[in-house]
Design a protein around this ligand. Structure first.
Ligand code: IMP
Length: 190
C-alpha cells in the first residue's frame, strides 16, 4: 500500500456496487423522462462518469465549477460560480451530482441558484455525506452513496491540494501528509 494511505475507508468494490444501486434507483425514478445530469467540478467527475454509465434513461450532461470562500463559507454559505452551465435547464429534470456533502452550505446555495431557472424538477445525488458536520439541517439528499464519520477523505475524485483524485477508492491520508486545518475535517473545495 502507498505510504501516504492511513486507511481505506471505502473499497473500490463497495463504491462500484453502491454506484450500480444508485444508477438503478435513478433509472426507476426517472422512467419515461429525460434527465439533465449536472456535475459539480472538480470532485464529482469520477463519480459522475461511473454513475451515468449505470443510468438507463435518456440523459445529457453539463458541468458547473464553483469555489467556496473558505471559512466564510461556513457562516455565509456563499459560493462563487467559476463556470456556469452551458445549457439552460428550464423545464428540465435536473440531477445535481456532488462528491461530498459536509456542512451542506454549498449544495443549499447551488440548489437555490438552479431552482430560480425553472427546472421541471431538481434533485441531489451525492457520493458521501458527513452528517456530524451538517449546518443546513433541511438539505435533502435524494440519492446518497455512503454516510461517513467526520474525517477528511480523498480518492475517487476527491482531493487534498489537487492530489489523490486518481485513486479508485476512498481513503484517509496519514497526518503528516496534510496540514492542521484540513485535519479538522473541512475541505478546501472542489
Ligand atoms: P459543504 O459546503 O461544507 O457541504 O462542502 C462541500 C465541499 O467541501 C465538497 O464539495 C468538497 O469539495 C469539500 N470537502 C468537504 N469534505 C471533504 C473531504 O473530506 N475531502 C475532500 N473534500 C471535502
Amino acid at each position: 500500500m502507498e505510504e501516504f494511505i492511513e486507511r481505506i475507508l471505502i473499497t473500490e468494490e463497495d463504491i462500484q456496487k453502491r454506484v450500480r444501486e444508485l444508477g438503478s434507483a435513478i433509472t426507476r425514478d426517472y422512467q419515461g423522462t429525460e434527465l439533465r445530469v449536472v456535475g459539480v467540478l472538480r470532485g464529482a467527475f469520477i463519480f459522475m462518469a461511473d454513475l451515468v454509465r449505470n443510468i438507463r434513461v435518456p440523459l445529457s450532461v453539463d458541468f458547473m465549477s464553483i469555489s467556496s470562500y473558505g471559512d466564510e463559507c461556513e457562516t455565509s454559505g456563499i459560493v462563487r460560480i467559476l463556470k456556469d452551465l452551458d445549457k439552460p435547464i428550464t423545464g428540465r429534470h435536473v440531477l445535481i451530482v456532488e462528491d461530498i456533502v459536509d456542512t451542506g452550505l454549498t449544495l443549499r446555495h447551488l440548489k437555490e441558484v438552479l431552482s430560480t431557472r425553472g427546472p421541471a424538477s431538481l434533485r441531489i445525488c451525492a457520493l458521501l455525506s458527513k452528517p456530524e458536520r451538517r449546518v443546513v439541517q433541511d438539505l435533502r439528499i435524494d440519492y446518497l452513496g455512503f454516510e461517513i464519520p467526520n474525517c477528511f477523505v480523498v480518492g475517487y475524485g476527491l482531493d487534498y491540494a489537487e492530489r489523490y483524485r486518481n485513486y479508485p477508492f476512498i481513503f484517509v491520508l496519514r497526518p503528516e501528509y496534510y496540514s492542521d486545518a484540513q485535519r479538522e475535517g473541512k475541505g478546501q473545495g472542489g
